[in-house]
Write a protein that binds this ligand. Sequence first.
Ligand code: FE2
Ligand code: FE2
Length: 401
Amino acid sequence: MLDLQSLTSKLPTRVKNQLESYFEALEILTEVKDPKVLSALGPSGVRGMILQRGKQGVPTKIHSGHYAFFDWSYPHDNAEMADLYRRAKKGQWDGEDLPWNISVDPYDPNVPLLPEKFVDLDVLAKFGVRLDDKTKLVLSHSMTSWMLSQFLHGEQGALFAAAQVTESVQFFDGKFYGATQVMDEGRHVEVFRRYLETKLEKLYQINDNLFVIIDSLMSDSRWDMKFLGMQIMVEGLALGAFGLMYKMTKEPLLKALLKNVIQDEARHVHYGVCALREHFNKHITEAERREREDWAFEVALLMRNRFMAYEVFEEHYEGILTRAQWREFVLASPGLQEFRKTMFSRLVPNLREIGLMSPRILQHYERVGLMQYFGGVAADKLSGDQMIHELDREADALAAA
Ligand SMILES: [Fe+2]
Ligand SMILES: [Fe+2]
């Protein structure tokens, strides 16, 4: 048995951290028990976590080998998607109409980007790091920029995935709808980029775990895997994260931006549920369904604890804290705990709705504590307006507490 601690204790900090990140990558890859899932995720894991392809400068090229699905008969083949398309056309907005004239000062304690209790400063103090008022705001600026940078990178993935899916989906009404999603995602890239560039003036590189998921679904030639990965898993994750930040931030421009983006994303997840519910129930074999069920569970696990903001650690705390201490700090932070809760409360009901929650897999969700979300409302029953209404109510409760 390898003792990593004694093996690396004499190495310089940077090398030691690098080695530890390799071991973490191996640990994630060996969590995946299903060989089909491993062969789908493994190469992306190597490219993302070992080779760190997302961090090697531009451009990053990802090969995709999907078929474009043409239909010269132009059928009206899905009423629910046709309705979504109508709603999406009416719901278009212009990113330039957001109140960009608001000046944002990340260091203004009266308009915090994130509440102070988003992180648990006692954990840092336990490791001998005490923050004064200024460094608390520096950390908050970094964490917000890190999260928004990951949103932006995720949106770029969504833009390309939406374009691929528009080509390869077999529903013609889905193609119309997909065209609006491509526009939506383009606009999301526009507004997040502008916010980071002109207001926070900070951009972090893509997180390795996010890269793995994006690489995996971009390079998978099966359209429904792209759909499952992007429309259900990544969009579900994003919707949870956007909702949480919308609820917590006091910065009015960011709040307005997120409110609009959430409305669009609610439609995107609805589309994913609508397309996959039909496809998984009618068009695939039981073996194929099981593979997708396992894949979704493994990706859910990857997402659960793996977004550790190591990029912020490397910037401020490398050499001061160990990676393990930083991980403990992140895992204990109330904001990120809430984030995981929000994310899975959105995701699990959607997986149930598309038929990826058979009794066989339920016990695994039970084991990792995710079954509590099973009874929630799926995206096809929840509009963007309802979602915002719910978030506003939760934000009020938070402010009153
Ligand atoms: Fe988006
Ligand atoms: Fe989206």
